[in-house]
Design a protein around this ligand. Structure first.
Ligand code: NDP
Ligand code: OXD
Length: 307
């Protein structure tokens, strides 16, 4: 098999080395040095240039190097035949939960305010440590479910919202048409949705207005879920009190973005959860061996749903 790795914006030394270890007999080409594209069977992709796969006429499998696949569906020339897979990894899932917990705890205990108080030697126990977070998780998939269950086990009030019905969950999971009800019960909103035609721009003023005043946003989905100007307005009017933003429409976030200096915004550089190169290489090589043997491929993306 001929495997082409087209991963941009990331150092993938360990990934390449591990892939070679696990697939010692396969031909592996690395972007931009991919000769003979017609012979490529499998592409491992992260943010490749649109249209680049048009000359890969015999492609069978496209593996996303991350959990998200919006970067693949963003290609208007995406070939329609290949199976598309994504990364599902316990390390990635646990890191995301830890990141969300970090945001929740810092919000709950007003850690930045406490730090300022300390600088002024001011003893003020009545911040909002009594404030009980009601955490609403938008997107109850691999990452959302683990985060929600963990927070629930820690004693937080948790609700979730997703597209298809879920059963036997120890808290409320709202259906797609119950978004308003879900938002009313939420004062810390976590976005763990994939970016699709249905979720683009979903974090907008109309949605923020349905949350209780003073709520917090934890945005770890994708930059295009959020209407930046709507967030800034919601913060300025105190409809939201704070927003943790890990993902942006343009990354790195441009210096002239107003988000950098909007009070209440905490910016992290897309580090909520990062693909582990070794486990990703092992997972993808196992799937490549499955393809070779004609066995079912794991972690397939639903092309109709777009995630
Ligand atoms: P999954 O595909 O496992 O889960 C997606 C969830 O979103 C599902 O619960 C799905 O509903 C729900 N959903 C999709 N469309 C809609 C819709 N229109 N309305 C309501 N719910 C919807 O994805 P993961 O949990 O693995 O990952 C989620 C996203 O997290 C990724 O796509 C990526 O954008 C982001 N991410 C961010 C990282 C970071 O570092 N910031 C790292 C990794 C991922 P249903 O259950 O009904 O199918
Ligand atoms: C991913 C990401 O989708 O890092 O894996 O955002």
């Amino acid at each position: 098999m001929h495997i082409a790795i087209i991963v941009t914006h990331r150092d993938i030394t360990t990934f390449i080395q591990t892939l070679h270890e696990h697939l010692p007999n396969e031909r592996i080409s690395i972007y931009p040095n991919i000769e003979d594209p017609e012979s490529v069977d499998i592409v491992i992709a992260w943010k490749y240039p649109n249209g680049y796969l048009q000359s890969f006429k015999n492609l069978k499998l496209i593996c996303s190097f991350g959990a998200g696949v919006d970067h693949i569906f963003a290609d208007p020339f995406l070939p329609s035949d290949p199976i598309i897979t994504r990364i599902v990894d316990s390390g990635l899932t646990i890191s995301m939960t830890r990141f969300i917990l970090m945001c929740v705890l810092n919000t709950q205990y007003c850690i930045f305010q406490l730090r300022e108080n300390q600088e002024r030697k001011s003893w003020q126990p009545n911040l909002s440590t009594q404030h009980e977070p009601n955490i609403g998780i938008m997107g109850f998939g691999v990452l959302g479910q683990y985060a929600a269950m963990t927070l629930h086990q820690l004693g937080y009030t948790v609700n979730a919202w997703c597209r298809t019905e879920k059963h036997d969950i120890p808290f409320d999971v709202y259906a797609q048409n119950e978004l308003s009800e879900f938002l009313k019960k939420t004062n810390i909103l976590v976005c763990l949705l994939p970016l699709t035609d249905n979720t683009r721009g979903i974090l907008n003023r109309e949605l923020f207005d349905q949350l209780p005043a003073g709520s917090t946003l934890i945005q770890v989905g994708r930059g295009f879920h959020l209407k930046d100007e709507d967030l800034i307005e919601a913060l300025q009017s105190n409809q939201l009190s704070s927003a943790w933003l890990d993902v942006f429409q343009v990354e790195p976030l441009p210096h002239n973005s107003r988000l950098w200096s909007t009070p209440g915004v905490f910016i992290t550089p897309h580090i909520a959860s990062i693909t582990n190169q070794r486990s990703a290489a092992i997972q993808i090589s196992k799937n490549i061996l499955r393809l070779k043997k004609g066995e079912p491929i794991l972690y397939k993306v639903d092309k109709t749903a777009g995630y």
